[in-house]
Design a protein around this ligand. Structure first.
Ligand SMILES: C[S@@+](CC[C@H](N)C(=O)[O-])C[C@H]1O[C@@H](n2cnc3c(N)ncnc32)[C@H](O)[C@@H]1O
Length: 326
């Protein structure tokens, strides 16, 4: 699926960024942030944003992709819970407010958004640039660990944040916020083996506590990719257009980038679970090959032209869930 920043948001974002800094300064800042984030074994590397120019370079270089991943995940909520009319949202480790902006676009019933973000530079960038795109935003300058929710929220989202927090804290954090969630809780991480491992650990917690998993898992048995010998891990992808500024900041000439992400949606509201989820791009024309997670674990379904699923399979994309019966 393709998800681009809405044109008005993209224009406002780039205009305010370029008004503040020269492209050379933004490029240098984007490179140092990216270098810190790319160090997979961070060994205590502090990845946090350290200046205003770094925060604005994050908005230009990373926000389009994390926004797209958030839209993908939230669309799954929309599809599965058609009567869900969320009023309140809590965005933890909000950065500039990426998830909150995505939710403001998708869930028109939202009335109150709280964003927990201790980094001053990211919070200011969000306040300065993204305020017009947020519904009733309230910023809270606290860490996830210290923040004490004082109410229930219809949506809680943690996007690309748990990988910045040590492993022993993940489950207590999830438990604390789940206790304050009256609707759905979405957790997104980079679509890397490390990101998938975080999601896996939350999934294990959810299965143990019998918390309903809305997506992506079509079952609550052992995850077939958890210790897969093939080296595969559970992740999805979304394509997003690259602007001229984005190309300059991140290099390369391609007109798009594919953002890989892993995610899980926990839900207080039960929904119908379809038995299969595509965990890779389908291929083939007459004989369609579809890598799926399903009742038999991870497998490749081969769908010939005579099968009732063949026609439908042409419309299915990596990340979609489906039933074979129609
Ligand atoms: C990669 S950014 C993601 C920002 C945003 N959620 C998004 O999807 O674009 C990670 C964010 O997590 C925040 N963060 C890291 N550790 C945190 C903590 N202990 N408490 C709250 N936020 C934290 C950082 O300040 C940063 O804003």
């Amino acid at each position: 699926m393709n998800v681009d920043l809405p044109p008005r948001l993209k224009l406002a974002l780039e205009a305010s960024i370029l008004e503040e800094y020269a492209i050379s300064a933004l490029k240098q800042a984007a490179e140092s942030v990216s270098l810190r984030y790319r160090q997979t074994d961070r060994n205590g590397t502090d990845v946090q944003i350290k200046s205003k120019v770094e925060a604005l370079s994050y908005l230009a270089a990373r926000m389009p992709a994390t926004f797209a991943a958030n839209i993908m995940v939230m669309t799954e909520v929309e599809k599965k819970l058609v009567d869900f009319l969320p009023r309140t949202l809590l965005d933890i480790g909000a950065g500039p407010g990426t998830s909150s902006v995505a939710a403001s676009y998708l869930f028109k019933t939202l009335e109150q958004i709280e964003m927990v973000e201790p980094n001053n530079y990211l919070q200011s960038a969000g306040r300065d640039v993204l305020a017009p795109f947020l519904r009733e935003p309230v910023w809270i300058a606290e860490s996830i660990e210290n923040f004490k929710p004082r109410q229930l929220y219809d949506i809680i989202v943690a996007s690309y944040v748990l990988n910045e927090i040590s492993e022993e804290k993940w489950k207590p954090i999830i438990q604390k916020f789940w206790d304050s969630c009256s609707g759905v809780m979405m957790i997104l991480e980079p679509g890397t083996p490390q990101g998938a491992k975080i999601i896996q650990s939350i999934r294990n917690w959810a299965v143990e506590k019998q918390v309903h998993i809305l997506a992506p898992c079509p079952h609550s048995h052992r995850c077939p990719l958890s210790d897969s010998e093939s080296g595969a891990w559970c992740h999805f992808a979304v394509r997003t257009a690259r602007s001229k500024l984005h190309k300059i900041l991140k290099g390369g000439e391609a007109g798009f980038e594919d953002e890989k992400f892993s995610y899980i949606i926990l839900s207080r509201i039960l929904s119908k679970t379809e038995p299969y989820r595509l965990i890779g791009h389908p291929s083939g024309s007459k004989l369609r090959e579809m890598q799926v997670c399903g009742p038999k674990g991870a497998e490749t379904l081969q769908v010939s032209k005579s099968h009732p699923l063949h026609k439908k399979s042409k419309k299915l994309e990596w990340g979609d869930s489906f039933d074979v019966g129609y």
